[in-house]
Design a protein around this ligand. Structure first.
Ligand code: NDP
Length: 292
């Protein structure tokens, strides 16, 4: 059996199209244009690429983009001052501070300084707590994108056996929370997990967010399973995921490729969250199909 490819690139393009329509409708009906501010500190080349594509896609869906590039030497209080100004700026509905920050900066303090209603990455402690307790939250973009792909493929997720490999605050944990809120039966694996292959063989859904190239073996995959590969690993062979794609593809029912799977969903969901944040701050209903 050869698995179906889950085309995240095409799904994300469709999602951005729907966002653009809703942005245009919001402007026409209410005279509001959503605004997204992206803050980049330092010269990390991968971060610079992400920030450029975020800026381009923000414009493509008709939102206002504000990019703030700060030098590597930026002091903590200067960064916090900028976040405070963006919090107070009515034209800015979403704020994203590109991670990782240079080592001398306190990442947790900076993230938690973002106003929760503008926290389109969903990384503040308040939004993480809301997600964990089933309250209306801003949901981290990558797990939100994975959930959309899973729902599109599988429909209802209730009762399904799901394995999330990785427990980071930005992917693994919020992914597990989202699957739990969909009433899946969720196992979260990490570096201390025993018998990962055995857990994997039981799972109808595998979300791999490990950060190790081709780590999940084809022989671990349950026949027919849906495999979401979050990993982005730069190797001599180019970009590869956390799943041994060629081998897993022979066993799984459906699988996301890397690149072209989860990656494009992350930026699309950032735009979705910005539109949601804009609607909420103006007391409008949540936009159609963009929230969990
Ligand atoms: P982290 O490094 O923060 O977390 C990795 C997780 O994998 C940890 O929980 C770690 O366990 C676990 N892990 C490490 N080794 C093993 C092992 N041998 N067995 C089981 N679990 C293990 O990474 P992120 O969550 O930030 O990112 C994961 C991957 O996803 C990376 O490749 C990253 O580049 C990619 N990514 C892709 C995005 C996209 O847009 N597509 C967005 C964000 C990330 P422990 O906690 O015990 O250390």
């Amino acid at each position: 059996m050869t698995a179906d490819l889950i085309d995240g690139k095409a799904f994300a393009a469709g999602l951005r199209g729907r966002i653009a329509e809703q942005v245009a409708a919001m402007r026409q009906a209410h005279g509001i244009t959503p605004g997204l501010a992206v803050v980049l500190v330092g010269e990390d080349p991968a971060s610079a690429v992400y920030v450029r594509s975020k800026g381009r896609m923000t414009a493509e869906v008709g939102m206002q983009g504000f990019t703030h590039r700060l030098p590597n030497t930026t002091a903590q209080h200067d960064l916090l001052d900028l976040v405070a100004r963006l919090n107070a700026d009515a034209a800015v509905n979403g704020i994203l501070v590109q991670l990782p920050l240079p080592a001398h900066l306190d990442e947790i303090a900076v993230i938690n300084a973002i106003a929760p209603e503008k926290d389109v990455d969903g990384f503040t402690v308040l939004n993480a707590g809301r997600l964990a307790t089933g309250q209306r939250a801003m949901v981290p973009c990558t797990p939100l994108g994975c959930l959309m792909l899973l729902r599109d493929r599988l429909g209802a997720l209730a009762g399904r056996d799901a394995l999330v490999i990785g427990r980071s605050n930005i992917v693994g944990k919020p992914m597990a929370q989202l699957l739990l809120s969909e009433s899946a039966t969720v196992t979260v694996a990490h570096s201390r997990t025993r018998d990962l292959p055995g857990l994997c063989r039981r799972a109808e859904i595998v979300v791999a967010a490990v950060g190790r190239p081709s780590f999940v073996q084809g022989s671990w995959i349950r026949p027919g399973a849906t495999v979401i590969d979050v990993g982005i690993n730069r190797t001599d062979e180019g970009l590869v995921g956390d799943v041994d794609f060629a081998a897993a593809r022979e066993v799984a029912g459906a699988i996301t490729p890397v690149p072209g799977g989860v990656g494009p969903m992350t930026i699309a969901c950032l735009l979705a969250n910005t539109l949601t944040a804009t609607a909420r701050v103006h007391g409008l209903p949540d936009p159609e199909g963009l929230t969990p």
